[in-house]
Design a protein around this ligand. Sequence first.
Ligand code: FAD
Length: 303
Amino acid sequence: AFDVLVVGGGPAGASAAVYAARKGLRTGVLAERFGGQVADTVGIENFISVQYTEGPKLVNALEAHVRQYEVDIMNNQRATKLSKSEQVELELANGAVLKSKTLILAPGARWREMNVPGEQEYRGKGVAYCPHCDGPLFKGKKVAVIGGGNSGIEAAIDLAGIVEHVTVLEFAAELRADAVLVKKAHSMSNITIITEAQTTEVTGDGNKVNGIQYTDRKSGDSHHIELAGIFVQIGLVPNTEWLRGAVELSPRGEIIVDERGQTSLPGVFAAGDATTAPYKQIVIAMGSGANASLGAFDYLIRH
Ligand code: FAD
């Protein structure tokens, strides 16, 4: 049995594992895919003190740091059920059951995709999901934001300060974002908002994005907009479906945590993009992983 078992091998999980191992605790890390979202990231320019790195390089560094300690890394393994009696019990997809005194949940999240031709081909070559990360790459260029919810309109306002022009494409007839954000977006001269627009294809020159094709749902007409970047903002979904009923989740499915990363189930902590933490970034995930790990240590010395 473990003292600390971590579910997730992204920045939050790796950070939690290093902090736990450095306390001399028996630590395990279970990951469906070590590296998490970082493995899918091309350039990273906001990992403070590292001016530029690339996803796979950072994943290797995360793994090397965890392996510096006696941590049991169980990669390509998926957790399917969490329960607690005396200890925390974690059921895996392969049927095995792991036991631990404490658990740190760091299963991360996934961006909802448009599922249109060209999206996968041009991912990281103009198709982006994180305006805080990739906005500056499109300085002085034209971009689109897909989605008129809070994250879409926030992204449009953010990007409008950097890029030449932002077109927001929203599927529904109305924007779902808060009125104050919509008002702000309407007040900016370089934002155009198009509603009832169904995105149908990401177009490119073979190397990078050069536009987007959409259908006007009212008229049925098809249109093409020339641009350099497309920010998909149609939802970030936490990987917490399997935790429903085991720990308290917010209406959006995020794990509810307190200041110490403690969930509603004593001894079970959580960190990173899967939690109610409002901003989803690598440095923030790492910080919250360290925080949850110290929370677990505190719990262990009291039980
Ligand atoms: P994740 O990185 O999502 O890791 C989750 C881990 O949990 C993975 O190992 C996964 O396999 C595992 N897992 C999930 N469910 C289970 C399960 N049931 N059983 C076992 N394991 C499970 N942020 C920045 O700061 N800068 C950037 O430049 C940047 N660019 C990005 C670009 C892209 C394309 C994307 C998608 C994200 C980007 N982000 C960036 C956001 C950043 O990657 C995330 O905020 C960060 O990775 C969150 O870390 P995490 O550890 O919480 O989750």
